[in-house]
Design a protein. Structure first.
Lengths: 317, 459
C-alpha cells in the first residue's frame, strides 16, 4: 500500500513539539502561531472592511430607525421608511433604475460578449485591439462622462452624435434633454466606459475553451451562430452568469451618470435613480435618516436579488 | 535570523504599525482652545483657495494684522473650496462633526445646522463690546439667524435678485443699455433681438437642474406676486395663474422665439460659464453674480449691468433674498466665542477692513461699488461710513447698478424645506425648457401633488 503525504502536513525536522496545555487551547494557539504572518497581513484587510464597509453598513441600518432633530437622536421605528416610500420621487426613481438596469443588461451585457468573440477571432493586431477596447476603462468616469455630455450629447447640430445622424440624413436628438432618450443615452455612455473590463474577462474565458470543440462543431456543419450557441455560450456559462449578477448589482446603483450627464434629475425627473434620490435626501434635504432608510431598502432588494439569483444558478448547475 | 523569524518580525511590525496608525487616528486633539503660551486658538473656514490669489492674500494679510492687534488670539484658517458652502460637502461636515470652530453657512441652513446639533447659542456673547458695529447691523438679518429667541450666527452678507444683463450684447442688438426691460414682455422682446445675433448666444438664460431651477422658479413667482407655499407652510401654492405665467413666459422664449439657446438643464456654474464667455444676454441673479462671472468665469465687469427684477405688467411684486453668516461650533469656550466674534467683527463687519477694505480691493480684479451687501441698517453710522468708502473707491461703473439700487423690490425669503421643494420644481422648469409639447397645467399639477405629499410626509 502506497503511503501518500498531503503537502504541507509534514513537520519540519528540528522543530520541537509544543507542550500540551489542553487540547483546544493548544490547537488554537498553534494554529495562530503557525499562521501568524497570514493573520497579521489579514488584519489590515479585515480592519478596512470593518471600518469602511461593515461599520457604515450597520450604522446606516441603525440610523434608518432614528431621527436626529436639534442634536437629539430618537428611535422612530419604521417612520423613516414610511416617509421615504411616501416621497413622490420614490417609485419613479425605482422605475428609472430598473429601466436603466434592463437596458444596460440588454446592451452593456451583450455587446462586450460579442466584442470579445470578435476579438478572439482576430489573428492579427490582437494586443492593439485589446488595448483599444480597454482604454475607456482607464479614463476617469467623470472625465468620460463630461466628454459625452459636452461633445457627444450636445443637443445642437454641433454635437458629435447629432453631426453623425445629420450626415446620415437621420433625425437628430435632444439626447439628455429628451425624457425618452435620457436612459438610452446614459446606457450608451456607461457601456462605452465599462465594457473594457468585461471584454477582458470574456476573452480569458473564451481562450479556455478547447479548440477541438469548435473543430468538431465545424465538422458537424455548424456555422458561426451555431458554434456560439452550442459551444461558446455553454462553455462560458459560469462567467456569463457571474457577470450578469455583478452587472445588475452595479447598474442598480446608478449614480454618477445622472449626476454628470443629466445634472441630477434630468429632464422632468427622467434621470432620477434610487442612488441619486439617496444623495438628494442625505445631502440636500437635511434628511440623513431618510437617506439611510432608502439605502437599507436598496440593500435588501439587492441582497434578495443576489440570493435568489445564486440559488437559481446553483439549481441549474 | 531565519526566514520564519523574519516573517514573524515583519508581521509584528505590521501589526504594531497598524496599531499606531489607529491610535493616531483615534487620538483626539486636546489643544484646541489654548496652547502653551495661553493663547486662544480658533479655526475658521471659507479661506479662499490657492487659485484665488488676490483674495487669499487679502485673507492672509487680514489674519496677520488681526493677530498683530490681538496677540492672544491665533486664527487657523481652513479652506473648504471656492464655494464655501457646497451643500453636499457642508452636510457631510455637519454630519461628521468636522466643521471648524467658526463656520460659514447660508441663511437657509439654520434649521439644518440646529438639527445637526453642531451650533451654539451665541446670544449672550454678541453685543457692542464684541462687535462694535452690532447695533448698526440690519435687525431683519439678525432675525434670520435667530430661532426661539436665540441667536446662532452672525450675518456677514446678503443679497436680492434682479435682472443681470450684458451691456455689450445689448449694444450689439441695438438695445438701450440705460433702459433695460422692466416687464417679462420686454425681456422676451429683448431676448429675441439678442439671440438673433447668432453665434450660439442665448437672449435669456435660465436654470433647470440641481435644485437651481426650483430656486429661480421661486424668484420668478415672487416677481408675479405669488408664493411657493401657503402662509402656514403646509400646502403648495404655485399651481395658479401666477405659476402658470412663470412657465408660460419661459416656454414662449424657449420654443416660441428660440431665444434661450439649445443647451438646457443648466445649473449655477453652467450658466455663469456661458455668461463669462459672452453667450448670455440676460439672466436673473444677485449683484455678486457679476463678481463670480469675472473672478471665476473669465468675464469682464464693464460688460455687466443690473436692473430690478421685472414683473408681468410693471415692476416685480417681490424678489428672492438670501445671505450668509458664521455659526459657532458647540462646546467652544467663552474665550473662543469672543475671539471668533472679534475676528468676524474685524474681517466682515468693520467699514474699511476685511471685506469692506475697498482701498485694497480697488486695484484688484474684484468689484467695488456693487449695491450689495447691505448689512447695515438704513441711516446707521456704519452704513454711512461703508457707503462713503464704497463710493470713493468704486472700480465698477456704479451707473450699471444705479437702476437696481434706486428701485427696491420687496424681498422675500426662501420657503420652508427649500431644497426638497426646489428639487420638485426643477422638473417643471426642465419640462418647459426641454419639451416643446410640455403641458404647463400638467407640470404644475404634478409638482403641486409632489410638494403636498412631501410636506405631509414631513409633518
Amino acid at each position: 500500500m502506497a503511503i501518500t503525504t498531503v503537502p504541507g502536513t509534514t513537520r519540519k525536522p528540528g522543530r520541537p513539539t509544543p507542550p500540551h496545555t489542553g487540547p483546544q487551547r493548544t490547537s488554537l494557539g498553534r494554529k495562530v502561531r503557525d499562521n501568524l504572518t497570514g493573520h497579521a497581513f489579514l488584519i489590515g484587510a479585515v480592519l478596512c472592511f470593518v471600518v469602511f464597509s461593515w461599520y457604515p453598513m450597520i450604522r446606516g441600518i441603525v440610523m434608518s430607525f432614528q431621527r436626529t432633530r436639534r442634536g437629539e437622536t430618537t428611535w422612530v421605528g419604521w417612520d423613516n421608511y414610511s416617509r421615504i416610500i411616501a416621497d413622490p420621487s420614490f417609485w419613479p426613481a425605482w422605475q428609472n433604475t430598473l429601466y436603466f438596469t434592463v437596458l444596460a443588461l440588454a446592451l452593456g451585457y451583450a455587446v462586450p460578449f460579442f466584442v470579445a468573440i470578435l476579438l478572439n477571432e482576430f489573428r492579427h493586431a490582437k494586443g492593439y485591439l485589446r488595448i483599444l477596447v480597454y482604454l475607456p476603462v482607464m479614463l476617469p468616469p467623470a472625465s468620460a462622462l463630461y466628454l459625452f455630455k459636452f461633445y457627444a450629447y450636445d443637443p445642437s447640430e454641433a454635437g458629435l452624435f447629432n453631426a453623425i445622424l445629420k450626415a446620415l440624413h437621420l433625425p437628430t436628438s435632444q439626447w439628455m434633454q429628451s425624457p425618452e432618450m435620457t436612459m438610452p443615452a446614459m446606457v450608451i455612455a456607461s457601456t462605452w466606459m465599462n465594457m473594457g473590463g468585461a471584454v477582458l474577462i470574456y476573452l480569458a474565458s473564451l481562450q479556455n475553451i478547447p479548440g477541438e470543440l469548435y473543430e468538431a462543431a465545424e465538422l458537424d456543419g455548424a456555422g458561426i451562430w451555431k458554434r456560439i450557441r452550442h459551444v461558446t455560450i455553454p462553455q462560458t456559462r459560469l462567467i456569463l452568469a457571474l457577470l450578469a449578477m455583478i452587472q445588475i448589482v452595479a447598474t442598480m446603483q446608478l449614480f454618477i451618470e445622472p449626476l454628470i450627464l443629466a445634472n441630477g434629475a434630468g429632464a422632468e425627473d427622467s434621470a432620477t435613480s434610487v442612488a441619486y434620490l439617496i444623495y438628494q435626501h442625505g445631502f440636500f434635504q437635511n434628511d440623513l435618516n431618510g437617506a439611510a432608510a432608502l439605502g437599507v431598502i436598496m440593500l435588501v432588494v439587492l441582497a434578495g436579488f443576489s440570493a435568489a439569483y445564486l440559488r437559481l444558478s446553483a439549481k441549474q448547475d | 535570523m531565519s526566514v520564519p523569524q523574519y516573517r514573524k518580525a515583519a508581521a509584528l511590525a505590521l501589526v504594531a504599525g497598524l496599531g499606531f496608525s489607529l491610535t493616531a487616528c483615534s487620538t483626539k486633539s486636546d489643544d484646541k482652545d489654548t496652547n502653551a503660551g495661553g493663547k486662544v486658538t480658533i479655526t475658521v473656514d471659507c479661506q479662499p483657495v490657492g487659485a484665488q490669489k488676490e483674495l487669499l492674500k487679502n485673507w492672509n494679510d487680514d489674519v496677520a494684522e488681526f493677530q498683530r492687534q490681538n496677540p492672544d488670539i491665533v486664527i487657523k484658517s481652513v479652506s473648504v473650496g471656492e464655494q464655501c458652502n457646497n451643500p453636499p460637502d457642508f452636510t457631510a461636515r455637519l454630519a461628521g462633526g468636522t466643521v471648524t470652530d467658526v463656520f460659514y453657512g447660508y441663511m437657509t441652513d439654520l434649521q439644518q445646522v440646529l438639527d445637526s446639533g453642531q451650533a451654539m447659542d451665541i446670544s449672550q456673547h454678541v453685543n457692542k463690546n464684541t462687535i462694535p458695529t452690532w447695533d448698526s447691523v440690519d435687525p431683519a438679518l439678525k432675525e434670520v439667524f435667530t430661532d426661539g429667541g436665540k441667536l446662532y450666527a452672525v450675518p456677514v452678507k446678503n443679497y436680492s435678485m434682479g435682472l443681470v444683463y450684458n451691456k455689450a450684447l445689448f449694444q450689439q442688438a441695438g438695445l438701450d443699455v440705460n433702459n433695460p426691460p422692466k416687464t417679462w414682455g420686454e425681456v422676451r422682446a429683448a431676448a429675441k433681438k439678442i439671440s438673433a445675433l447668432g453665434n450660439g448666444i442665448a437672449g435669456y438664460s435660465e436654470y433647470s437642474a440641481g435644485n437651481t431651477g426650483g430656486w429661480h422658479f421661486t424668484s420668478l413667482l415672487y416677481s408675479q406676486g405669488g408664493q411657493v407655499l401657503s402662509a402656514d407652510g403646509k400646502k403648495a401654492d404655485f399651481n395658479n395663474p401666477m405659476g402658470k405665467q412663470v412657465l408660460q413666459n419661459l416656454k414662449d422664449m424657449r420654443y416660441g422665439d428660440n431665444s434661450m439657446g439649445s443647451r438646457q438643464l443648466l445649473q449655477w456654474g453652467d450658466l455663469l460659464t456661458n455668461a463669462g464667455a459672452g453667450k448670455v444676454g440676460m439672466f436673473i441673479g444677485a449683484p455678486d453674480a457679476t463678481q463670480a462671472i469675472v473672478s471665476q468665469f473669465q468675464g469682464k465687469f464693464q460688460d455687466w449691468a443690473m436692473s430690478p427684477l421685472p414683473g408681468q405688467d410693471g415692476l416685480a411684486k417681490g424678489t428672492l433674498g438670501g445671505g450668509e453668516g458664521y455659526f459657532f461650533k458647540k462646546d467652544l469656550t467663552p474665550e473662543q466665542v469672543k475671539a471668533g466674534l472679534k475676528w468676524i467683527a474685524y474681517q466682515k463687519l468693520t467699514p474699511g477692513k476685511g471685506q469692506f477694505d475697498y482701498v485694497r480691493a480697488k486695484p484688484q480684479n474684484y468689484p467695488v461699488g456693487l449695491p450689495q451687501p447691505l448689512l447695515f441698517a438704513n441711516g446707521s453710522e456704519a452704513q454711512k461710513q461703508e457707503l462713503e468708502l464704497r463710493k470713493a473707491n468704486a472700480n465698477v461703473d456704479t451707473a450699471n447698478f444705479a437702476i437696481f439700487e434706486a428701485t427696491p423690490v420687496p424681498i422675500k425669503g426662501e420657503p420652508r424645506n427649500a431644497q426638497a421643494v426646489y428639487a420638485v420644481l426643477d422638473a417643471a422648469m426642465s419640462g418647459v425648457l426641454t419639451n416643446p409639447n410640455s403641458n404647463i397645467d400638467a407640470l404644475l399639477k404634478t409638482a403641486e401633488e409632489k410638494v403636498n405629499q412631501l410636506l405631509a410626509a414631513e409633518s
